[in-house]
Design a protein around this ligand. Structure first.
Ligand code: GLN
Length: 495
C-alpha cells in the first residue's frame, strides 16, 4: 500500500469511511514526512499536538458515522490565515510572536468540515512576491529539480510553502491565497492544482489583508477532484466580510462529469506574448487540442486591454497594501523597535516599520503611498482603476458572446532557480504574473492544471478562466483537461 501521506483527499476520505485507515494514522504519516522535509522549508510552524488531537476527534466521529466532508483529512494552512493561539505571521518580521485570539473564517470552516491542521506554511512576506523569497523564514524550496542538476528551484509564490508541501506529499492539501496569481503560479511550478475562486466566494475575514479588492483564498491540491472537495468546504457567505457573496455553495464534486461537449473555449490572442518560450506555446496548443478532442469548440477571442493589466495591478495592489499595512505600527501587535532616549512616537513608528518589514514590502508601501498621494492620485490610482474596469469589460464581452471558459498558459515559464530573479530588476519578477493578474482584476475564477513537463523535466500548468460564480463548471472543464493531459509525474525524493 502507498504511504498514507501520498494519498489524495478523495482517496483518503474513501479509505477513512470504509474504516481501512484512521485519521491518526494519516496524520502521523504526514507528520513524519514533514519532519523529514526540513530542507524544503515548507512548514514554518508545526502543530503536531493540535493535529493529533483533531485527528482523534475525527476518528471518533467517523466511528459514530457522522463524519463531515473533510473529516480526518490532514492539511496545511498558509501563514496568512489567522489561526487561534497558533503563530500567524504572514511570514513577516513585523508580526513576530503574534498569536491571534481568533480563527479565520476559512480555516474555521475547514476545521468544522473535520480537516486536521498540521501546521502553518511558508509564503512571501504579506503575500508579496512570486518566488517565496521575501519570507522572513527564508525561502521555501521546490521538491522539483532540473534533470540531474541539484540547483534549488523556487516553488513559486506567494503560496510557495503550500505548493512545495502538497507536491512533496507532506500534507494531502493546503490553503493558499491569490491576489495576483499566488495560488495558480506556484501550483503550475510544482505540478499541482490550484483554484482562485470568484472574488467574494471565500470570506476574507481573518486572512491578513494584502490588497483587499483582489485577495481570495482557495485550495491547492493534488488533483481537480480534491480542489472541488476542498473549495466547497472553504467557501460560503460570511457576514463578517462585507464583500462576501450571499450565494448557495453547490456540490462541486458532483459536477465533475468530464462532459464538456459543446462548450466554447476561448483562446485570447493578446496572451500570445513576444518571446514566449516555444514549449509554452506548444503546451497551450496541446491543451486546446485536448479540449477539442473532448468535444469542446475552440474559438479565437480578443481581450484588448490585456497589456495594461500588469501596470494597473502594480498600482492598485501596492496602493491597497500601503493602506492595509498602516496598522503595523509597533503598538498593537508584533515587533517593536528598541528606542533610544529622546525618541518619540514618530521614531517608534519609523524604526519599527524599517526593522519589521522586508525590502519588497517597503518597496510596495512606498509605491502605494506615492500613487495615492494628492498630486498623483488621478494620474496613477484613478487611471489604474479605469483600466481595471476595461479589463473586466473585456471578459464580460467575451462571456456575453457565448464563451464558457478561456484557456491560457498559467505562467510564462517553468520554475526558475532561487536567486535567479531576485538580483535583477524587481520588474522581472512582476512580469511572471502576466497571465494571472487579469483574473484578479476582473474578480473571476481561475484554475491552474498541471498539463506537461518542459524539456528539463519541470512541470508546466495551463490556466482556465471561468464565468463569475461558475466554479463548478470551471472545475469540470479542468477535470476534462486533467483527464486528457494525464499528468502523473512526481519529483524524485532528494530531501
Ligand atoms: N506575485 C504577485 C505579487 O507579488 C501576486 C501575489 C499574490 O497573488 N499574493 O503581488
Amino acid at each position: 500500500m502507498t504511504e498514507l501521506n501520498k494519498l489524495s483527499l478523495a482517496e483518503a476520505r474513501d479509505l477513512l469511511r470504509k474504516g481501512e485507515t484512521t485519521s491518526v494514522e494519516l496524520t502521523q504519516s504526514c507528520l513524519t514526512a514533514i519532519d523529514a522535509a526540513d530542507a524544503l522549508n515548507a512548514f514554518v510552524h508545526k502543530t503536531p499536538e493540535i493535529a493529533l488531537d483533531r485527528a482523534k476527534a475525527a476518528d471518533a466521529r467517523l466511528v459514530q458515522g457522522d463524519a463531515p466532508a473533510m473529516c480526518g483529512l490532514p492539511i496545511g494552512i498558509k501563514d496568512l490565515f489567522c489561526t487561534k493561539g497558533v503563530a500567524s505571521q504572514a511570514a513577516s518580521g513585523i508580526l513576530e510572536g503574534f498569536k491571534p485570539e481568533y480563527e479565520s473564517t476559512v480555516s474555521q470552516q475547514l476545521q468544522d468540515a473535520g480537516a486536521v491542521m498540521l501546521g502553518k506554511l511558508n509564503m512571501d512576506e504579506f503575500a508579496m512576491g512570486s518566488s517565496n523569497e521575501t519570507s522572513v523564514y527564508g525561502n521555501a524550496v521546490s521538491p522539483w529539480r532540473r534533470g540531474n542538476d541539484d540547483a534549488q528551484l523556487t516553488p513559486g509564490g506567494s503560496s510557495g510553502g503550500s505548493a512545495s508541501a502538497v507536491a512533496a506529499d507532506l500534507c494531502l492539501a493546503a490553503t493558499g491565497t491569490d491576489t495576483g496569481g499566488s495560488i495558480r503560479q506556484p501550483a503550475a511550478f510544482t505540478g499541482i492544482t490550484g483554484i482562485k475562486p470568484t472574488y467574494g466566494r471565500c470570506s476574507r475575514w481573518g486572512i491578513v489583508a494584502f490588497a483587499s479588492s483582489l485577495d481570495q483564498a482557495g485550495p491547492m491540491t493534488k488533483n481537480v477532484r480534491d480542489a472541488a472537495i476542498m473549495l466547497e468546504a472553504m467557501c460560503g457567505y460570511d457576514a463578517k466580510d462585507s464583500t462576501s457573496a450571499d450565494l448557495a455553495v453547490p456540490n462541486f464534486e458532483a459536477m465533475l462529469t468530464g462532459d464538456i461537449k459543446g462548450k466554447k473555449i476561448g483562446i485570447p490572442r493578446e496572451y500570445r506574448m513576444d518571446g514566449m518560450p516555444a514549449e509554452i506555446e506548444k503546451l497551450w496548443a496541446d491543451g486546446a487540442a485536448m479540449l477539442k478532442a473532448a468535444g469542446a469548440e475552440i474559438v479565437d477571442i480578443s481581450l484588448p486591454h490585456t497589456k495594461y493589466a500588469l501596470p494597473a495591478y502594480y498600482v492598485i495592489a501596492p496602493a491597497e497594501a500601503s493602506s492595509n499595512l498602516a496598522r503595523y505600527d509597533g503598538v498593537r501587535y508584533g515587533h517593536r523597535a528598541t528606542l533610544e532616549a529622546g525618541d518619540g512616537i514618530t521614531e517608534m513608528y519609523e524604526k519599527t516599520r524599517a526593522e519589521g518589514f522586508g525590502d519588497e514590502v517597503q518597496r510596495r508601501v512606498m509605491i502605494g503611498t506615492y500613487v495615492l498621494s494628492a498630486g498623483f492620485y488621478d494620474a496613477y490610482y484613478n487611471r489604474a482603476r479605469r483600466v481595471r474596469t476595461l479589463i473586466k469589460k473585456d471578459f464580460e464581452d467575451v462571456f456575453a458572446a457565448g464563451v464558457d471558459a478561456i484557456l491560457t498558459p498559467a505562467t510564462p515559464s517553468a520554475a526558475f532557480g532561487l536567486g535567479e530573479m531576485t538580483d535583477a530588476d524587481p520588474v522581472q519578477m512582476y512580469l511572471n504574473d502576466v497571465f494571472t493578474v487579469t483574473v484578479n482584476l476582473a474578480g473571476l475564477p481561475g484554475v491552474s492544471v498541471p498539463a506537461g513537463l518542459d524539456t528539463q523535466g519541470l512541470p508546466l500548468g495551463l490556466q482556465l478562466i471561468g464565468k463569475p460564480w461558475e466554479e463548478g463548471d470551471l472545475l469540470n472543464t479542468a477535470y476534462a483537461l486533467e483527464t486528457a493531459a494525464g499528468f502523473v509525474a512526481k519529483p524524485g525524493q532528494w530531501w
